[in-house]
Design a protein around this ligand. Structure first.
Ligand code: B3K
Ligand code: ZN
Length: 878
């Protein structure tokens, strides 16, 4: 039963503590083919000071009540009211009581994948944000923390494995082919962290000993026959556990830690206490089926969910407005883990690239919202790049402002003071303020004010003095939040002609300078550096020390010099990528094919061949901004055809100039006969070789060598890279058809690889792709019921194919809108997520803008849309 829109808005200002406290929950869940019986006993009491006449109002969603008992006696029907989404019980005693609620569910019919559902025969749950209320009536809000004891019963044949949160307790036979298992979770938790999994599963086991000596049994469960593909995930888990102890002093706190990989899952993974449930995409890997990007993704998500055990589970959120308290902080932690495990510079570039590609358009468009929103209609639509990625940037700024030791002191205090709490952003910031004696009131504006501030930088040099004039400006956007000046930490360096940082001696001025960080706290400020022996090149906003749009009036000569000289690798990347981005932007606007500045081309080619640089970084440096990225730089009246043309011209120009050098570098990086290594260094070499292959195929204008590379590939990274180049650059070549066909035949039984096959074709920037996606949507292996498959095709097309999704005739929009309407009937959350691909519609030229508006308005006017999809459509249209 679908939850349609009632237009109700939830506001932060309406927050009230719960009138009842639930201390302990006992559940008995009997799983059968076709239905599940759930008996939940809530041990509750009235909260101190609460009105004794206030009834207990429990949340439900599409529930059917079977029976209700208070302290073992059936409750008189006059004392309660029940509907699928609410249970109200009146006249409750002043003393603690036990309320037993029985519900019957139909997990097989649950296509929304929230609550209890069955995926490929396996029973599993997803409760965040409000899925627990689809299992039982409950105070389903994160500030109600209880211990849980869960007894699962099922046919031993259908479900030999029975898992829930916490530590395993008693288990045994029930006769008649049925068995049971009890799980005890001693850590009070909110209901969104509840989980159960039951089914036929294979397992990969390991053990871990925490720093203080607690032995922990680790297990990763998969569908039958796939446990060997979980080895890298297990390794990443153990590395995460060690890292969190060393970096933050956080140890694991149960006897077991279980992970289950599921094929039908609405998102990446879920941090349920002691029982993480994962989309199998973020667990299962093999060199032949997974790319290096997949390996890095698994490492990140495994770490992220594990790190939630402290930041999210032991300290949770008071309400959903505080979501970034756990998500932004945990993303920051997983980014730091990857930086330590791999390359800090490469990781930072990847994160910034992702932030600009995902969060900036959100922050600058109709779906804009502050990192801590103040209102929502559907909370599931707020698991956004702003909450996660910008939220992580705010934590990173805090670390920059307070320094490593100050930041760690604040984190230590946060863990000590709030362990076991449902906390707020204010609680979090107060810990850093108290631990370092710093006033963070102005910093807190970052959580309230939506939008990307502009940071203008101007410089002038005379007589050994460099004056840097800074100005910040925040425009009011869709969220309508404030525009006060914020505290912007600006990391910088003064680069001398020898490529080393010069000593910076700031004169006292309006902005404070601490080491290599300028603290801009006013709308405008000048910083003066004196006693300089030569005019330095200003390398500003190093490592992207604040999530702002940098507008630096800097000469082309200085930028080209920084692209080669900046001792900060991030600074070199930024100089190159900005120069190239601006050239592409200008060519797109002019609609002409002005050749690229030869000095920029030379810098790119030289970079590719610079042996002192790690290959992964070189690959990032020579990457050509994607079409959506260029569209964002153009900003208004975007013509995707012009963008596509400009990008193609630039690729050909660099390819021709660099052909010889690129070939030599590519050959030198080859390691024939070497066995596959998933390590960062090997992945970096593959990344650079494949980036070069793309240029070489453009120089050749012939698919032959790429087809050869496809046939020779002995791993999925190289195979996918070659297949993508073939499909994108030579869509009509027989080699491309042959490669796609071989790819399909080799991997048709492997759903995760087949997703890649769908995406690959959906992203081809060729007008005929619309026919291809139409056909693919009718392919026997296509289904909207599996979120990964739906995302692979619809998401691949709508977010990964700017040229065809934004076709001038509006057909791309209409096809997507039709699929969203179909998907919404099955899975509103996934439909709503995919609908955000329309978010930049207003930045296109008037013809496309009108087509997009019509498609959106038509979809928004369809009857019976879910709250999830209506919310996104309404906000996108206003
Ligand atoms: N906390 C989950 C996401 C839940 C999304 C609910 N719509 C995974 C994560 O961020 O770690
Ligand atoms: Zn998370």
């Amino acid at each position: 039963m679908l939850r349609t829109d009632d237009g109700q808005v939830i506001r932060l200002s309406d927050y009230r503590p719960p009138a009842f406290r639930i201390r302990h929950v006992e559940m008995r869940i009997a799983l059968h083919d076709g239905h599940a019986d759930v008996e939940t006993t809530i041990h509750a009491e009235r909260a101190e000071g609460a009105d004794p006449a206030e009834p207990l109002v429990l949340d439900g969603d599409a529930l059917r009540l079977v029976s209700l008992h208070l302290d073992d006696a059936a409750v008189d029907p006059a004392r309660f009211e029940v509907s699928p989404d609410r249970l109200t019980v009146r006249d409750l005693p002043a003393v603690p009581f036990a309320l037993r609620i029985s519900t019957r569910l139909e997990p097989e019919k649950n296509t929304e994948l929230m609550g209890l559902y069955r995926s490929n025969g396996i029973w599993c749950t997803q409760c965040e944000a409000e899925g627990f209320r689809r299992i039982t009536y409950f105070l389903d809000r994160p500030d109600v923390l209880a211990t849980y004891r869960v007894r699962l019963e099922a046919d031993r044949d259908a479900a030999p494995i029975l898992l829930s949160n916490g530590n395993p307790g008693e288990s045994g036979d029930l006769g008649g082919g049925r068995h049971f298992a009890v799980w005890d979770d001693p850590h009070p938790k909110p209901s969104y962290l509840f989980a159960l999994v039951a089914g036929r599963l294979d397992v990969l086991e390991d053990t871990f000993r925490t720093a203080s000596g607690r032995p922990v049994d680790l297990a990763i469960y998969t569908e039958p026959g796939l446990a060997d593909r979980a080895a890298y995930a297990m390794d990443a888990l153990k590395r995460s556990m060690v890292w969190d102890e060393r970096r933050f002093g956080c140890e694991y706190d149960l006897d077991v830690f279980n992970i289950v990989a599921i094929s039908d899952f609405n998102m990446g993974a879920m941090e349920n206490k002691g029982l993480n449930v994962f989309n199998h995409k973020y667990v299962l890997l093999a060199p032949d089926t997974a790319t290096d990007g997949d390996y890095a993704g698994v490492e990140t998500v495994i770490a992220h969910e594990y790190f939630h055990n402290w930041t999210g589970n032991r300290i949770t959120c008071r309400d959903w407005f505080q979501l970034c308290l756990k998500e932004g902080l945990t993303v920051y932690r997983d980014q730091e883990f990857s930086a330590d495990e791999r390359s800090r510079t490469v990781k930072r570039i990847a994160s910034v690239h992702g932030l600009k590609a995902q969060q900036f358009p959100e922050d600058q468009g109709p779906l804009q919202h502050p990192v801590r929103p103040t209102q929502y209609r559907e909370i599931n639509n707020f698991y956004t790049a702003t909450i996660y990625e910008k939220g992580a940037e705010l934590v990173r700024m805090l670390a920059t402002i307070l320094g490593e030791n100050g930041f760690r002191a604040g984190m230590d205090l946060y863990f000590a003071r709030h362990d076991g709490d449902a906390a707020t952003i204010e609680d979090f910031l107060r810990c850093f303020a108290d631990a370092t004696d710093t006033d963070l009131q102005q910093f807190a504006l970052w959580y309230e004010q939506a939008g990307t501030p502009d940071l203008e930088v101007r410089e002038s040099y005379a007589d050994g003095r460099l004056t840097v004039s800074l100005r910040q400006n925040l425009a009011k956007g869709a969220a309508g939040t404030g525009t006060e000046p914020m505290h912007i930490p600006i990391r910088f360096g003064l680069v001398g002609g020898n490529g080393a940082d010069m000593d910076a001696n700031p004169l006292a001025g309006a902005a404070e300078v601490e080491g290599d960080v300028i603290h801009l706290v006013t709308a405008e400020a000048d910083v003066v550096f004196a006693g300089l022996s030569e005019r330095p090149r200003l390398s500003i906003l190093r490592d992207f020390s604040a999530p702002v749009t940098l507008r630096h009036e800097q000469s082309r000569e200085d930028r080209l010099a920084l692209a080669r000289l900046d001792p900060n690798g991030f600074g070199r990347w930024r100089a190159l990528t900005d120069l190239l981005g601006e050239a592409l932007r200008d060519a797109s606007v002019a609609g002409s094919s002005a050749p690229l500045d030869p000095r920029l081309v030379e810098a790119l080619v030289d970079c590719a061949a610079e042996e002192a640089l790690e290959p992964a970084l070189r690959a990032q440096m020579i990457a050509v901004p994607g079409e959506s990225e260029i569209g964002r730089l153009v900003g208004t009246n975007v013509d995707p055809e012009a963008v596509h043309g400009a990008r193609e011209d630039a690729i050909r120009c660099v390819a021709k100039a660099g052909e010889r050098a690129f070939r030599a570098v590519r050959d030198a990086l080859a390691r024939p006969g070497e066995t596959f290594g998933a390590d960062a260094a090997s992945a970096g070499r593959r990344a650079l070789r494949n980036a070069l292959l793309m240029f070489l195929s453009a120089a050749d204008e012939d698919p032959a060598s790429t087809f050869e590379a496809f046939l020779a590939a002995d791993n999925m990274t190289d195979r996918m890279a070659a297949a993508t180049i073939l499909a994108h650059r030579f869509p009509d070549a027989p080699e491309t058809a042959e490669a796609l066909d071989r790819f399909y035949r080799a991997f048709e039984a492997d759903p995760l690889v087949l997703d890649k096959w769908f995406t690959l074709q959906a992203t081809v920037p060729h007008p005929a792709t619309l026919d291809t996606v139409r056909e693919l949507a009718r392919h026997p292996k296509f289904t909207l019921a599996n979120p990964n498959r739906a995302r692979a095709l619809i998401g691949g097309f709508a977010t990964g194919n700017q040229r065809v999704f934004h076709r001038a005739d509006g057909e791309g929009y209409r096809w997507t809108a039709e699929r969203l309407e179909e998907l919404d009937r099955l899975n509103p959350q996934t439909a709503a997520r995919l609908a955000t691909s329309f978010r930049s519609w207003r930045s296109f030229e008037p013809g496309r803008r009108e087509q997009a508006r019509l498609a959106l308005a038509d979809l928004a006017g369809r009857p019976g849309l879910s709250r999830d999809l209506s919310d996104i459509l309404d906000r996108t249209l206003t």
